[in-house]
Write a new protein. Structure first.
Length: 170
C-alpha cells in the first residue's frame, strides 16, 4: 500500500491594507487542488476567518500562492497572534511569484510581475476590481464583491500553478 499523500491547497487573502499587524484580513479563498473545490472564508469577525483557514489547511502537505512568503503568510501569522488563533504550520510552502521570478538565480522582491499581469500573459484576464479596491467594497459591506474577487484571484493563481507545473518550473 502506497504512502498517503497530503493535500495541496492554493490560497489568497484580502486585507484592509498592507501594514501588519495593524490592518486586518477580510477574506481568505482556498482551493483544494485535488478535487477542484474552492471556498471563501469571509466574516465580520476576523478570528472566525483565521480559525476556518488554519483548520482547512491542517492536513496540508503543501500550500501554494502568489507572493505568499512576502505578504499573505506573514499577515496571517501576525493577525493570528493578535487574535490568539492557533496556527497549523504547513509542511511546504510554494510561492509562485518567487518561483516564476527565478529566485534560485537572483530573486529580488522588487521584481515586477503581478498576478494580474501573469494572468494576461497566460491568455486570460481578471474580470473583478483590483485588490486595492476591496477595502472600499468591505467598508460598504459589499461582501459578495470581495468574495468574487478573492475566488477569482485563487483561480488565476491555480492557472499559473498549472502552467508552471507543465513547464517543470515547480
Amino acid at each position: 500500500m502506497g504512502a498517503i499523500v497530503g493535500k495541496k491547497y492554493i490560497f489568497d487573502i484580502e486585507t484592509t491594507g498592507l501594514d501588519f499587524p495593524e490592518n486586518r484580513i477580510i477574506s481568505i479563498a482556498v482551493k483544494d487542488i485535488d478535487n477542484g473545490s474552492a471556498e471563501v472564508f469571509i466574516n465580520i469577525d476576523e478570528e472566525v476567518i483565521l480559525n476556518q483557514f488554519w483548520q482547512k489547511i491542517a492536513d496540508a502537505e503543501e500550500v501554494i500562492g502568489f507572493n505568499v512568503l512576502e505578504f499573505d503568510l506573514p499577515a496571517l501569522i501576525q493577525r493570528s497572534v493578535v487574535k490568539r488563533v492557533k496556527i497549523k504550520k504547513p509542511k511546504k510552502v510554494i510561492d509562485l511569484r518567487k518561483e516564476v521570478a527565478g529566485f534560485w538565480y537572483s530573486y529580488n522582491k522588487m521584481t515586477k510581475g503581478t498576478l494580474r499581469l501573469w494572468s494576461e500573459l497566460l491568455g486570460t484576464s481578471a474580470k473583478t476590481l483590483d485588490g486595492g479596491q476591496m477595502i472600499q467594497a468591505w467598508l460598504k459591506e459589499d461582501f459578495e464583491t470581495v468574495k468574487i474577487h478573492n475566488l477569482e484571484d485563487v483561480e488565476l493563481t491555480f492557472l499559473l500553478y498549472k502552467r508552471m507545473k507543465e513547464c517543470e518550473v515547480i
